[in-house]
Unconditional design. Structure first.
Length: 418
């Protein structure tokens, strides 16, 4: 048995969940992959017709389980807690939310899921988390479940990849996330805004640059630090793409080739930001030549122009990516860091087409932050900030929209507390 333990040992410690009303903390059964019986890891199994299991180097110790598929992309293989009985399930309390964590390497998207057990229903798939991009270096998954349904006694997590992919998992943890989802600084009702039907200037950089001028168009909802925001047929509109300095009415120039807009309100913490987006044109100006990242980006936890999260929903090159900006560096006195992995050419821009876009941000019990990006109602990518570049941004802040060399319209902008 000592030999088996040496073969199957994996890095890290097992995360614990303090379940109210119980004397002991629940753990992920064999979450450190250090227990095996007759050459098989206790409580864990690979599923899928072509799934095979091997051992490879762990993240910081001797070994971690690797699941490999040998089928088509349309198939899938999964690595998860055994559901042959309730023995390997994790005890949970109805009404509470839990964060599933793990380190991974994968050659395709990884999608975490959770199975729930109730005496009357048995095991059923209950929750599927947003996908995480494939990664060669070790990367982090942290996904938080909704409140556990009534009648549920156990849960079991699993991690799925394409049927021809490879997945390595290490350091699986679970933590009670209920306190992280409390929202003392978030609106009790969703934050929403609308625009008049008549064409008018809502606000512009002129108002920020001329705080005492009475001719400036000001908004109680939006601050535009660069560019101009118009109302047009009930939509927000950035106006024509140019790089001139606007007057009080933005009738000469818009300067919206560099568009930066955030909410006046600055207490959005665990929140989902969503709106309908219509990209009308991606262009350029002599001052702002075309670059790959031109397009539209959602701002989350916009503490300042130097400290924020940005989720790209419509880029010139079609890439989907989540980034973080930290103070100090070459980008307007800041530095952008990619969180997780970008997805190349995932969302090509179709001018004139309305699309629903959204991004959410949420604190995790470990101190990290998870960001999820969706386009067209489909969750495309997730990323976890464990402190890349600078400390995770965990406090409430403004939300907003950034545009580069892009004329776009938007409506139904909401910020809904998680």
């Amino acid at each position: 048995m000592l030999q088996l333990k040496r073969w199957f040992i994996a890095a890290g410690c097992v995360g614990a969940v303090v379940v109210p009303g119980t004397a002991q903390a629940a753990t992920v059964p064999n979450g450190a992959f250090d227990k095996a019986t007759a050459g098989k890891l206790d409580c864990w199994e690979a599923t899928g017709a072509t799934a095979t299991l091997a051992l490879v180097a762990g993240r910081s110790d001797s070994a971690a389980p690797q699941v490999r598929g040998r089928a088509t992309v349309a198939d899938s293989v999964e690595w998860g807690l055994s559901r042959a009985s309730t023995t390997c399930g994790i005890s949970v309390t109805a009404g509470r939310s839990y964060t599933i964590g793990a380190w991974y390497q994968a050659t395709s998207m990884v999608r975490p899921s959770v199975y729930a057990y109730g005496k009357s229903t048995g095991w059923t798939k209950w929750f599927t988390g947003a996908p995480y991009a494939g990664s060669t270096p070790w990367d982090r998954i942290e996904t938080t479940t909704p409140p556990v349904p009534a009648g549920t006694q156990k849960m079991a997590m699993a991690f799925a990849v394409d049927g021809n992919a490879k997945l390595v998992i290490d350091d699986v943890t679970v933590a009670d996330a209920t306190s992280q989802l409390q929202k003392p600084n978030a609106p009790a009702e969703p934050f929403t805004t609308s625009f008049p039907e008549s064409a008018t200037l809502v606000t512009s950089e002129y108002a920020v640059n001329n705080p005492t001028r009475t001719d400036a168009a000001r908004s109680s909802v939006w601050t535009v630090t660069s560019g101009s925001l118009f109302a047009s047929a009930g939509n927000g509109d950035t106006g024509q793409i140019d790089a001139g300095r606007p007057n009080a009415t933005s009738s000469n120039f818009t300067d919206s080739s560099v568009f930066r807009m955030n909410t006046v309100r600055a207490d959005f913490k665990n929140v989902t930001v969503s709106f309908n987006l219509n990209v009308q044109e991606i262009g350029s100006t002599p001052r702002t030549p075309a670059v790959a990242y031109d397009g539209v980006h959602i701002w989350l936890r916009h503490k300042s122009q130097y400290y924020l999260y940005a989720a790209s929903v419509a880029r010139r090159d079609g890439k989907v990516v989540i980034k973080k900006k930290c103070p100090g560096g070459p980008s307007n006195d800041g530095t952008y860091y990619t969180l997780g992995k970008e997805i190349p050419a995932a969302v090509p821009v179709t001018p004139g087409q309305w699309t629903k876009v959204s991004a959410s941000v949420q604190n995790n019990p470990s101190g990290s932050v998870t960001i999820i990006l969706s386009v067209g109602g489909q969750q495309l990518i997730s990323a976890v900030d464990t402190g890349v570049g600078c400390a995770p941004i965990k406090a409430g802040a403004a939300v907003g929209v950034r545009g580069d060399n892009t004329r776009f319209q938007f409506n139904s902008f909401t910020a809904t507390a998680l």
